[in-house]
Write a protein that binds this ligand. Sequence first.
Ligand SMILES: Cc1cc2nc3c(=O)[nH]c(=O)nc-3n(C[C@H](O)[C@H](O)[C@H](O)COP(=O)(O)OP(=O)(O)OC[C@H]3O[C@@H](n4cnc5c(N)ncnc54)[C@H](O)[C@@H]3O)c2cc1C
Length: 422
Amino acid sequence: MSVPESFDLIVVGGGTAGAISAIAAAREGLSVAVIEKNSYLGGTMTGSGLTEMNAAGFQGTPLYHGLEKEIFDEMIAGGYAEYHFGVPMSSNKEVKIDRLRFDPEQTKLLLDKKAAESGVTLFYETMLDAAEEKEDCCIVHAHSLYESFPLTSQYLIDATGNADLIRKLGKETIKTDAQKQLVSTLMFRLSNVDQEPLNRFIHSGELSKVIQDGYDTGILKGKILAFTPIPNTKDVSLNVTRAKFDYEDARAASKGLMEARRQILPVHHFIRGRVPGMEHSYISSIANSIGIRESRRIYGQYTLTLDDLEQMIPFEDSVACGCYPMDIHDPVTNTVIWKVLPGVYHIPYRSLLPKGLHRTLVAGKCLSAEKEAFAAIRVMPIMMNVGESAGYAVAFAKREGRKLDELTAASLSSYLKQKYSR
Ligand SMILES: Cc1cc2nc3c(=O)[nH]c(=O)nc-3n(C[C@H](O)[C@H](O)[C@H](O)COP(=O)(O)OP(=O)(O)OC[C@H]3O[C@@H](n4cnc5c(N)ncnc54)[C@H](O)[C@@H]3O)c2cc1C
């Protein structure tokens, strides 16, 4: 039998958080592999039709530094991203946030380029089968359509968004009942939109009447109809479909996906008649996958609470920050429940450390947090920040010859400070 290929770090899931973890760690000199079931990096960020990084800034100033800032700056320089400060949320005009609007297709190209330049080994269209953490190394089994193979590494990052690796390592995780989960959405994109009348209409306040009418007549399944113009195009992305299902039940998930897809034509017909600028629009794409807002989370060494965010606790082992409000897409009322938070809050390293593991971290939305805190921190800029710090933390552990749960808050924090000050 041939010897398995060996890496310093294997990142399972090259999504919003995992892609940046891998690039950050590789730039620190680690050999890094990514196992990704899709054929591109970015996960939900690039494959779910999303086009707006929520709370990428705070009070009119970009919030993030390091590799995340480098990526945002390159997207802006490439002409497919731009900041919009103080934008009201379509489901609540009182909630205003700073956003980075972007084109996900071009972002896929950028992430590929960054991964290649930093020497990351990519296993696209490859699924995780099994994993094991041993005293001195980790073993991962994966398969593509044509082969099954083992890999070994010193460290692992679970960036699957649903704690799939942690479960395969035999640890318990938390799953909210299907009826109580945040609602899922299949995004789609309209082209040939006349942006000027659309923007005037959105700012006129008349959109809420259209939403209410759409909801009352059963065309809209939730009280949300959010249009996001995509920079330098005549396109908008639409956050409007709603589906409730158990994402781990293949039959239920397929029905949920089809239900969301069925909503698209009636919604498009409705808005063409009611929303200025939409008259000549056409459906140019439907997201590759349905966006599942809430999935499994880990039991970590620390469970982040909404109270921590409200009090902006300055954790000694803070690895990431954010300012997005709690935003619950409620399956019962079909509304969005908001709670604005007072400022910039923090996420501690211990929320990335799964209980009972030593060589594995999580990056992304499956980190250890209560549901209400999760509903705030889950947005892309925060997940990228978590991902980047997770990559640096592994690089630091390797440099120190330590396991991931042996790093001290003070030493990790001073290492991260250097990384983000560059
Ligand atoms: C409908 C919807 C709308 C949203 N709107 C916004 C918004 O407007 N702005 C915003 O900032 N945020 C938004 N969010 C939140 C944000 O997009 C996600 O929370 C965030 O992208 C999650 O990042 P992640 O890295 O944890 O997961 P993901 O980006 O989903 O990455 C997980 C990756 O792991 C891979 N993977 C999973 N399991 C396996 C496996 N077993 N083997 C191999 N690969 C695997 C997946 O293919 C994927 O690439 C939205 C989310 C949804 C669902």
